[in-house]
Write a new protein. Sequence first.
Length: 382
Amino acid sequence: MKAAVYEGPRKVSVKDVPDARIEHPCDILVKVTTTNICGSDLHMYEGRTSFEPGRTLGHENLGQVVEVGSAVSKVQVGEYVVLPFNIACGFCKQCERGLTNYCLTMQPEPSLAGAAYGFAEMGPYQGGQAELLRVPYGDFNALRLGEDAAERQLDYVMLADIFPTGYHATEMARVRPGDQTLVMGAGPVGLMAAYSAILKGAGRVWVADHQQDRLRIAEEIGAVAIDTNEADPVEVVKDATLGLGADNGCECVGYQAHDPQGQEDASLTVNQLIDAVRFTGDIGVVGVYLPEDPGGEDAQGELEAQGKLPLDYGLMWFKGQTMGTGQAPVKRYNRALRDLVAGGRAEPGFVVSHELDLDEAPSAYEHFDRREDGWTKVVLHP
Ligand code: NAD
Ligand code: ZN
């Protein structure tokens, strides 16, 4: 089968690999019809992780079931399913607590937790930027879609990751109706956090970024854009709230945050949120901070290379804020979010800027990695 394979830093090629197949009675096999490139794929693409050359990328996958293992009883051949990026067993101590993002069974390395398709350090599973995908524990890990699935794939595929992830940021930030919420980052994840806050009835949602094309999309969904080339988001929010600050904040940039001059500063956006969010407000961080980053030439870089950030913890403590972090437990939300989509209340496919054939994956990665104007979210059709 054809697959988008990681070859080394900034090199992806589409080549023939052995067909994915049923390996366990609980597996299902999915013919992938829609698969996204994610900001998280860029951590691997840019060579910032231990992702092994030769592995297939892709953790945001939707497709049609073509085969089920002998122990699968619910999912049926022919159905469209979307696959939460976290792969989980459903029966371990963590899964029983709803923490499928930290499943103990699917992660073979005891010091790590959580598994995903086509991801560094998250188990040996292949990604879905390919014609076929093996899904372990298919009855648990596949979210079944209704009859409109084939026509509305661009909306439903966002349930694999970025819609529940953006929603999770707003849950950790405890966004309630009427709240004033600051979202750092207008990438696909930031746009989904803003969209989720708006769906929850937030009174005002600011989205800060320096990319004009992405800020325009934020405005189209009803958020207030802050261009960080023009203004300091902390000042904008404080000016608009009589100095009090936002009720809550969502961090959707991660360790690749950079200042308007283009210098990387991994702790910039988290510290801006601590400053911009009011006393006893809540912050949800879904942007990724890796414990080990091969970069780091100076003292600051060395600290960041170990995942250690100069965090304004004193201010955060003084303000009595809470901060939630980590991977999103997609399964916790995606059934409800699916039903919002099915009911016509949510159309997260608005983030898609490019629909391309799988063969175009190498150039799609290049454009998306350069954050080129207009390349917001790329969807591939194998
Ligand atoms: P992206 O890289 O496309 O978007 C990041 C955005 O942040 C870009 O638009 C960039 O211009 C902007 N940015 C950079 N520096 C900034 C600054 N100082 N202030 C404001 N904006 C700034 O990526 P994405 O797909 O939107 O993902 C965002 C982050 O979320 C990544 O770290 C990704 O790995 C992570 N993520 C986490 C989860 C999870 O489960 N927690 C799931 C998916 C993605
Ligand atoms: Zn993703």
